[in-house]
Design a protein around this ligand. Structure first.
Ligand SMILES: *[C@@H]1O[C@H](CO)[C@@H](O)[C@H](O)[C@H]1NC(C)=O
Length: 201
């Protein structure tokens, strides 16, 4: 008799626990829902030089980023890399187009090389970012900061090549606009990496 009573109350207890954890689970679920991740991204982006671009390009990855400064920096590098790759591909196509002045074609080719270096540096950074942990945090994050800064330098070197007066205005504007976007994305990624680094300092 007593055993039956026990097992009844045990079941009742289990049901109570289940209901309770269901309630807890759903309210916890609400906390990590897109809303708060979007807020986290907005707040983090506000410390970058180009907050609007930062939020626009990263909020679409909110479900992956959640509220992790590491994933945010990682996503920023991902976005920068894919934009740099597509711009580089566009430049290769442009550099082969007819009607370019030799000076323009040359600047275009130099730029493709600079972007290719930049892509290497971003790829190295992304792979290191995925491995950053524990005892070697400082060294690894330092590497990432160095490579991303180098990528930024390569991008501005590319952009500098398009300053001459003897260039088609449309070509110049198109290229500079694209490169500027990459440079701004890179600068934001660096700011988010620095922010992540400072949390572990
Ligand atoms: C970065 O890109 C890789 C490869 O596409 C992907 O697996 C990873 O989930 C991305 N990480 C973030 C935080 O966006």
């Amino acid at each position: 008799m007593e055993g039956t009573f026990c097992s009844h109350s045990f079941k009742f207890l289990l049901i109570l626990l289940a209901i309770n954890s269901y309630i807890n689970f759903s309210s916890a679920g609400r906390q990590i829902a897109p809303q708060s991740s979007a807020e986290f991204i907005r707040t983090s982006c506000s410390s970058t030089t180009y907050p609007k671009l930062c939020f626009e390009t990263l909020s679409t990855h909110a479900s992956l980023i959640q509220t992790s400064p590491q994933l945010l920096a990682h996503a920023a590098l991902n976005v920068t890399l894919s934009t740099t790759e597509s711009t580089s591909a566009m430049m290769v196509t442009l550099s082969k187009s007819h009607g370019l002045k030799p000076r323009e074609a040359e600047a275009m080719q130099d730029c493709v090389e600079e972007l290719s270096d930049s892509i290497d540096e971003l790829r190295k950074s992304i792979s290191e970012m995925g491995q950053v942990k524990g005892s070697n945090f400082g060294l690894m994050i330092n590497d990432v900061q160095t490579w991303v800064s180098a990528a930024l330098t390569d991008e501005s070197t590319c952009s500098d090549g398009f300053q001459g007066n003897n260039m088609n205005g449309n070509v110049k504007t198109a290229v500079r606009t694209k490169i500027l976007r990459i440079a701004h994305l890179t600068s934001n990624a660096l700011a988010l990496i620095n922010n992540y680094a400072s949390l572990h300092g």
